[in-house]
Design a protein around this ligand. Sequence first.
Ligand code: PRP
Length: 214
Amino acid sequence: MRYLTFALAKGRLAKKTMALFEQLGITCEEMKDKETRKLIFVNEDLKLKFFLSKASDVPTYVEYGAADIGVVGEDTILEEGRNIYEVLDLGFGACKMCVCGPESAREKLQHGELIRVASKYPGIAKDYFYNKKYQTVEIIKLNGSVELAPIVGLSEVIVDIVETGSTLKANGLAVLEEVCDLSARMVVNQVSLKMEQERIRKLIRDLRNVTQDN
Ligand code: PRP
């Protein structure tokens, strides 16, 4: 039997994914070692490999078949636009993609003024403003801590993920518009789904059962 390889977005999502897999008896002891600098982990008995990568790289590994399966946020899937199958909503990591900013930006946003929009997700921001709202904006790509942008005057608003809303609140910002709902998704390489149909379909069925029970 060949190995099935999983690419997991490192951090909270990977931890939640492994907790979910444990409910199915899929464990990976060496992954629990907090000191380890290893990037790839193996379960020899089940012939599984897991590796942790930056979230935005997960769809790339899956599209090229370096991983058969990936677990990553819907935000990353939308932004990367890769050729992969999205097979399951895992139910956790629920949050929203929103346009946020100070209250003072609300009017400019509504009146369709030419505003600047900072985001880690320029593709999602562009699709929202150009294809859904038919509004011309200037999009500025950032790599993190996007909430800074309207505070220091880089942009009027941001397009970013809101989970609890505490980052916005702590920085005097608010949700001005909702773009879409998001959650963690399982994605599969298109060839792997055909070649390993039985194993992958069983995994999807088992995951569906436990995620529905939770
Ligand atoms: C995400 C997001 C927000 C925050 C939202 O950032 O970009 O900043 O979480 O969560 P909240 O609504 O619960 O406060 P992340 O932690 O991924 O860090 P980054 O922006 O530096 O990438």
